[in-house]
Design a protein around this ligand. Structure first.
Ligand SMILES: [Zn+2]
Ligand SMILES: [Zn+2]
Length: 390
């Protein structure tokens, strides 16, 4: 089959690789009908996340049709149409039973690595480094879904792929980011980053009843899309002091809730702390660039909530923790517990409350995948979200 394969920094190729096969009784194999490139794939593309090996198949936003089912898998049959959540879940461990799916205790095949990095293991993820199990990803013609009797979202026929595909990651990720804010009717929610997750967070915050959403980015087409979703916007290219601007917009009080949908690769080339981060990262003294996190702590209204769906990988520096502590801020974060939200979100799509396909700007075949990684990373050609039809 054809698949998008990682070979090194900024080197992803469309290779021919062996078809996946059933390896365990709970598995299923799907024929991929649609997949997508996610912002966090760029952390692998740029090689900011450790644990990739040449030959790894990329991708963690995938859906398709079941073509083969393992013997013990009683919940799926050939012909079922499923969306594959990016977090692999066993459905049986203590964390899964509590709905904390992204920290499933059983699905990471390389637990010891994760325990060294994070103290405890987290769930296995598709196409996302050997720290999270080294599972093949779904930017391919076929995908083996491990623990498939639990790891799936069954979807009905009649709704096109583009409306359903993002149940795999960015829609529940934006949704969880907003839910974690405990939004109250008079809240102002500030959202850093208007990439695909930021766009989903904007719409989720509004669906959850936020009075105002203020979205922050520097890419014009992303800001336009944010406004179309109901946000007021701050353009970083026109505003050097985001914290002051947020204070101006909120009678000097600051937003009650702040969402970081940027994460470890924050770009803020002109500010002093961003230059500091780049320098430390270059000599491996710091793995992530927490510019947005610092800004959120300073901007947030005292007793507010910081919600962090943006991915961080390791160590961060110069975080104003004293400000966070003294202002009484609440931090909520994490990889998305996809299956916790999927029934509710599927219903909202079916009822027409939201159509997540608004975010797609490019639809291509698998062969154009490598070129699309570049286009997406460099934000060329108005690219916000790439959908791939293998
Ligand atoms: Zn993702
Ligand atoms: Zn589990």
């Amino acid at each position: 089959m054809k698949a998008l394969v990682w070979h090194g920094t900024a080197d992803i190729r469309c290779d021919t690789v062996p078809d996946p096969t059933i390896e365990d009784g709970r598995d299923a194999i799907i024929k991929v009908t649609s997949c997508a490139i996610c912002g966090s794939d760029l952390h692998l593309y740029d090689h900011f996340m450790p644990g990739m090996k040449s030959g790894d198949i990329m991708g963690h936003e995938t859906m398709g049709e079941v073509v083969e089912v393992g013997r013990e898998n009683k919940s799926l049959k050939v012909g079922d149409r499923i969306v594959v959540p990016f977090t692999i879940i066993c459905g049986q461990c203590e964390q899964c039973r509590r709905g904390n799916f992204s920290v499933c205790e059983r699905t990471n095949r390389n637990k010891a690595l994760a325990e060294t990095a994070f103290g405890h293991t987290t769930a296995g993820l598709f196409g996302y480094t050997h720290l999270t199990g080294g599972y093949a990803g779904g930017q391919a013609e076929y995908l083996r879904v491990p623990f498939a009797d639990a790891t799936h979202i069954k979807v009905p026929g009649g709704i096109p792929d583009e409306k359903l595909l993002f149940l795999s990651d960015i829609f529940p990720t934006g949704w969880q980011a907003a839910v974690q804010c405990d939004i109250q009717p008079d809240d102002t929610v500030a959202i850093w980053g208007c990439g695909p997750v930021g766009q989903m967070a904007i719409r989720s915050a509004i669906l959850l009843g936020a009075r105002r959403v203020i979205a922050i980015d520097r890419v014009p087409e992303r800001l336009t899309m944010a406004r179309a979703g109901g946000a007021e916007t701050i353009n970083l290219d026109e505003e050097s002091n985001v914290v002051a601007r947020l204070n101006d917009m909120t009678d000097g009080k600051g937003p009650e809730k702040c969402i970081d949908s940027v994460g470890m690769e924050a770009h803020a080339t002109s500010s002093l702390d961003a230059i500091y981060d780049r320098a430390k990262q270059a000599v491996m003294l710091e793995s992530d660039r927490p510019h947005v996190l610092r800004q959120m702590i300073m901007a947030c209204r005292p007793a507010g909530v910081l919600s962090i769906p943006g991915v961080y990988g390791g160590l961060i520096d110069k975080v104003p923790f004293g400000a966070a502590m003294n202002k009484g801020l609440t931090f909520r974060m994490g990889q998305t517990h996809v299956n916790r939200w999927s029934d509710d979100l599927l219903r909202r799509i079916e009822e027409g409350q939201i159509d997540p396909s608004f975010v797609i700007t490019h639809t291509v075949g698998l062969e154009q995948g490598p070129e699309m990684y570049r286009t997406f990373r460099d934000k060329q050609d108005g690219c916000i979200k790439v959908m791939i039809r293998p």
